[in-house]
Design a protein around this ligand. Structure first.
Ligand code: GTP
Ligand code: SPV
Ligand code: MN
Length: 591
């Protein structure tokens, strides 16, 4: 018996619309999880992996046309188009329910409907939000078990009258022409139809924790951000926390799980992972910005993950992990490009076809064994560097905020903004080259303010205002920085070694936060004196280092022209503070 009348009513509506054969409430128990896993194995929806080598691990392959988020099919359904702002796809709520309703109608005939009560954030924390996802996918249920806190304990917390986000997902025909990811913020509702891929269907993640939550955050005066949170502990036991926003597949998981590099070992730092993708942050009574990671697991990019780049992630995925779209080896273990092992002689690729290294497609391109956006879903608690603060109701105080992206040119390795307001401008004008995490032309530079372009649930100009306002609520706001691990030399090679070595930059950032080091003032912000970046143990010539910090005024002049176009789309809604920062930057350059 469901005591929550509105929940009961809503589930009945979903049943009436989708017409499943059976309805199952997810109770959160291990026995229920196991029996669903067994069922999905028997139908081939998932493949059980080698249980000796990879206990508790399974593999899933999505449909071929369903391997990344489909931003063009993702809509913010506010009453008017203006409310959604110029950067979002918009549909009226009426049309959304009509179009979505047509896809959902009868779509679960012959299937089971699973009801998953879940909590984003620790159950019972005043900062947490509850959602209920209705889905016809066992894959989704198994992922939600890892990514969120699920089951009866959440229902209990919800009580008879608690608020929850209504999240309806249906695979329908997995047809890209009948695929829609719809958000109706006013109704606290998400409808996702026709997909089986992570970000489109694990509705607690991008849909609730970013799009719906950002809308609620603006109304309630907090922030929902596409950010990792990590803690850096010094030998004296002091831990300082940093939040960082990079666009999809630009290094959040890697940075969040950073292992101090050899050269810095003697300094005795320890890095703690609080979250790798999403941060909810608010001003606390101490005048500082505090953040929680609302998730409970990691949905990380597999290719490129190996013991050198991210040992903690490799250790995290040894057991109880769901792999999606990686290569299956004959011994029922998995493989991906730029992982730990050389390619196997043969295997089954992410498409489910026999694969050998060096195979080429009709266009003459090398066929990858794992999809570039193949992923692992793993419990956060299995990460060796997981912070005990993940379960703290208050989260952690944030000392620094970092924005960053993939820029082959232009942006130096690191710079510091002059103020909170300038920092908001730096975030708002971020750009990055497109990756495999979303459909679209790879490598193309696109503006991605605060890495939130695909995830802001309302008018982005108002979102900038929410950032400006937050600064006014904080008596000691975090300092705001910009980093670029991806700057290239003339040959197209990365200038900076990246990964664990990024700690060298974080070290400078924290020193700046504590006023321990001076910096060099440039038109774009404060830049380190070269000798202040500790280079013990890495080979990086002075020339390369100079190139990393080069500020080319011709490039910046082009950037500012390009920006003008981008900013002008917001019209009068663009906060005057952003306009002022734009003019001030131009003036500092003398343009
Ligand atoms: P989402 O889960 O899509 O939000 O991605 P993410 O931001 O967590 O990105 P992730 O850490 O998974 O990194 C994506 C890719 O960037 C991987 O292929 C990494 O190998 C690569 N990468 C991460 N950090 C660095 C770095 O410091 N330098 C370089 N060159 N590459 C990096
Ligand atoms: C991203 O694309 O930013 C991800 C993966 O973190 S997804 O959940 O698919 O959005
Ligand atoms: Mn992400």
């Amino acid at each position: 018996m469901i005591k929550h009348k509105l929940l009961d009513l809503w589930v009945k509506e979903c049943v009436k619309l989708c017409k499943p054969d059976k309805v199952v409430w997810i109770d959160g128990t291990e026995s229920m999880r196991k029996s669903l896993e067994k069922q999905a194995c028997s139908t081939g929806e998932i493949v059980k992996l080698n249980q000796k080598k990879m206990p508790g691990c399974v593999l899933h392959r999505t449909a071929l046309n369903d391997v990344a988020r489909t931003e063009n099919l993702t809509f913010i359904c506010t009453p008017t188009k203006k409310d959604a702002g110029p950067t979002n796809n918009w549909m009226s709520p009426k049309e959304a329910y009509k179009k979505g309703g047509e896809i959902f109608a009868g779509s679960m005939k012959g299937r089971t409907m699973y009801i998953i009560p879940f909590s984003m954030g620790p159950i019972g924390s005043p900062f947490s939000k509850i959602g209920v996802e209705v889905t016809d996918s066992i894959y989704v249920v198994l992922n939600m078990y890892i990514m969120t806190r699920v089951g009866n304990k959440v229902l209990k917390q919800l009580g008879e009258k608690g608020k929850f986000t209504k999240c309806l997902h249906g695979k329908a025909g997995l047809d890209i022409k009948r695929r829609l990811i719809l958000h109706i913020p006013k109704d606290n509702t998400i409808w996702s139809a026709g997909s089986g891929y992570g970000g489109n269907v694990l509705l607690g993640k991008k849909c609730l924790a970013l799009r719906i939550a950002s809308y609620q955050a603006q109304k309630e005066g907090w922030m929902a951000e596409h950010m990792l949170i990590l803690g850096i502990e010094e030998p004296n036991g002091r831990i300082e926390y940093i939040a960082a926003a990079f666009p999809s597949a630009c290094g959040k998981t890697n940075l969040a799980m950073l292992i101090p590099p050899k050269g810095l070992e003697k300094k005795g730092y320890k890095v703690w992972t609080v979250g790798d993708d999403i941060a909810w942050m608010r001003a606390d009574s101490d005048g500082k910005l505090w953040g929680i990671n609302p998730e409970w697991g990691f949905f990380g990019v597999a290719p490129g993950t190996n013991s050198k780049t991210n040992l903690n992630a490799m250790k995290t995925v040894r057991k109880n992990t769901i792999f999606t779209n990686v290569l299956l080896k004959p011994d029922k273990t998995v493989w991906w490009e730029d992982g730990d092992e050389p390619p196997p002689k043969e295997g089954i690729d992410w498409r489910g076809s026999p694969w050998r290294p060096g195979m080429i497609d009709d266009g003459g391109n090398i066929l990858k064994g794992a999809h570039p956006n193949s992923r692992f879903t793993a419990p956060a608690m299995q990460c060796p560097s997981i912070s005990y603060r993940l379960e703290q109701h208050h989260g952690v105080p944030i000392s620094a905020i970092i924005f960053g992206g993939r820029r082959a040119h232009l942006a130096p390795l690191v710079y510091e903004s002059f103020s909170w307001q300038h920092g908001v401008y730096v975030g708002a004008t971020m750009a990055s080259e497109r990756t495999a995490a979303q459909y679209g032309k790879q490598g193309e530079v696109r503006r991605d303010p605060m890495a939130m372009l695909p995830f802001c649930g309302y008018d982005m100009a108002k979102y900038f205002k929410n950032w400006i306002d937050m600064g006014r609520k904080l008596s000691s706001p975090p300092k705001i920085f910009h980093v670029n691990w991806f700057r290239q030399d003339k040959k197209g090679e990365f200038l900076w070694p990246g990964y664990g070595e990024n700690l060298r930059v974080l070290e400078w950032i924290l020193k700046r936060c504590n006023n321990d080091v001076k910096a060099h003032k440039t038109p774009i912000g404060y830049v380190p004196y070269l000798e202040d970046i500790d280079r013990t143990g890495i080979k990086l010539s002075k020339d390369k280092l100079k190139d990393l910090f080069l500020i080319d005024s011709k490039e910046w002049s082009r950037e500012l022209k390009d920006l003008e176009k981008f900013l002008s789309q917001f019209g009068n809604n663009l906060p005057k503070e952003i306009k002022r920062e734009y003019s001030a930057l131009k003036k500092r350059f003398g343009f």
